[in-house]
Design a protein around this ligand. Structure first.
Ligand SMILES: Cc1cc2nc3c(=O)[nH]c(=O)nc-3n(C[C@H](O)[C@H](O)[C@H](O)COP(=O)(O)OP(=O)(O)OC[C@H]3O[C@@H](n4cnc5c(N)ncnc54)[C@H](O)[C@@H]3O)c2cc1C
Length: 399
């Protein structure tokens, strides 16, 4: 493995670091307190070209390589993991179109993201189907006129309240079917439809192409309060053939491919948060004195800082190896993506917890950013497959 970054990759790191310093850090704690969705920051990220990393050059996208994408997400996450979750969700929803869509579908469903700062949702999880995706019951059924109708409900969907397009995984024929498809509810049918937004933030979208999409009241979350999460309900949504991505029987295979791409990105979110927790704690413990010395000079505290540093560095190595494996399309990339996700989630949880502890009572105060990081870190161990599910994937590969 060659650890040397290209000039372009260095440029991405510097650009995002500057962006975080100027656009995210100054207001992040204020926005956190009000739980306000930072669409203005997402728009600025689009303007500087660090959104929609997976869109192919054939439709004027950046087609950023997997290592650069991981670096961009890592640096953005150093600023705020809610914002980076929302930003990378566009790729989560769009990469399947880039990988399996026809040229016509790429143009129809990806070009709008190149032309305007809009966001998308990836709809997989359901109330009764979390870790066990195959238990999903949302389904498409063919009508007499040859068109399909989509019905079902998805839960915990990132960006749902603001999404201009939805990528949806569903069963084919009936809820209990073994076949799974991936369908797109496109920007055009939402833009030309009618959107009614309730004071609670819930939306009812009557699509110009037929059917309704209802997004629930935004969830009130423990952490990552700057990302948006809501339920999405599909009622008799008309799906034409050209809205089905790839083979309408191979949806489950596509999910695995999307998650192989996306898990290193979640690992990048974990590394960014862990590094932020370490840096905040270093700053604090160099400043604060007790028993006549800096906290960071007390041997026990120094050991804790060293352990935090080790976690960050090991997680970063695991992230880079996974991104490299995905880039090379290696056979065993899935297990490295899972390893990186677990190691980075552990680093984020460890560094935010120990960092909070080293802040003493101040760490427990919401005005100290370390307390926010301790709340944000939990979800990294859960979304896109919990720790146990990653271990299941690694175990299956091993034996
Ligand atoms: C903030 C947030 C954003 C999200 N964004 C999205 C999104 O954009 N799109 C989307 O589709 N989903 C999204 N999710 C859903 C997320 O991926 C799921 O919550 C996650 O996969 C876990 O599913 P679950 O919540 O149903 O937990 P469950 O599957 O019910 O798991 C509960 C517990 O049981 C354990 N468990 C389950 N099965 C096993 C097993 N076989 N062996 C051992 N332990 C097991 C789990 O590890 C976990 O600890 C999001 C969730 C959150 C909270």
């Amino acid at each position: 493995m060659d650890y040397k970054l290209t000039d372009n990759q260095r440029m991405y790191i510097e650009t995002v670091q500057k962006f975080v310093k100027n656009e995210i850090t100054p207001t992040v704690m204020e926005r956190e307190a009000t739980h306000e969705f930072p669409f203005d920051i997402i728009k600025k990220a689009w303007e500087i070209g660090v959104l929609n990393l997976s869109i192919p050059e054939s439709v004027k996208g950046y087609e950023v390589d997997d290592i650069s994408a991981a670096l961009i997400i890592r640096e953005l996450s150093y600023g705020d993991t809610g914002i980076s979750t929302s930003a990378m969700c566009n790729d989560l929803a769009n990469v399947v179109i880039a990988q399996h869509g026809t040229e016509e579908q790429k143009k129809a469903f990806l070009l709008p993201f190149v032309e305007a700062p809009i966001i998308s949702s990836f709809c997989l999880t359901e109330p009764g189907a979390g870790s066990d995706n195959l238990a999903m019951t949302a389904f498409i059924r063919k009508r007499d006129d040859g068109k399909y109708i989509l019905n079902g409900e998805k839960s915990f969907i990132t960006n749902a309240s603001y999404a201009s397009q939805f990528t949806v995984f569903c069963k084919v024929g009936k809820p209990g079917s073994l076949l799974m498809a991936c369908v797109v509810i496109p920007y055009d049918s939402i833009r030309n439809g009618e959107v009614v937004t309730q004071p609670s933030g819930a939306r009812e979208i009557t699509l110009s192409t037929g059917g309704t999409v209802i997004t629930g009241k935004p969830e009130d979350k423990l952490g990552q309060r700057l990302s948006n999460t809501a339920t999405v309900k599909f009622e008799d949504v008309v799906i034409e053939d050209n809205q089905i991505i790839g083979n309408r029987r191979l949806g489950f295979r596509y999910i695995i491919e999307v998650l192989d791409y996306a898990r290193p990105m979640i690992a990048a979110i974990g590394v960014g948060l862990a590094k932020r927790a370490l840096d905040l704690t270093l700053d604090y413990t160099k400043e604060r004195k007790q028993f006549g010395q800096r906290i960071c000079d007390i041997p026990v505290a120094r050991d804790m800082l060293v352990n935090m540093w080790k976690k960050v560095e090991l997680a970063d190595m695991a992230l880079m190896k996974a991104a490299f494996k995905v880039l090379e399309e290696d056979e065993d990339r899935g297990m490295y993506a899972s390893l990186a996700k677990n190691v980075a989630a552990e680093a984020a949880l460890y560094c935010s917890k120990e960092g909070l502890h080293l802040h003493g009572g101040y760490g427990f105060m919401s005005e100290y950013e370390i307390s926010k990081l301790a709340r944000d870190a939990h979800i990294i161990d859960i979304y896109e497959g919990t720790r146990e599910i990653q271990d299941m994937i690694i175990g299956r590969e091993l034996v």
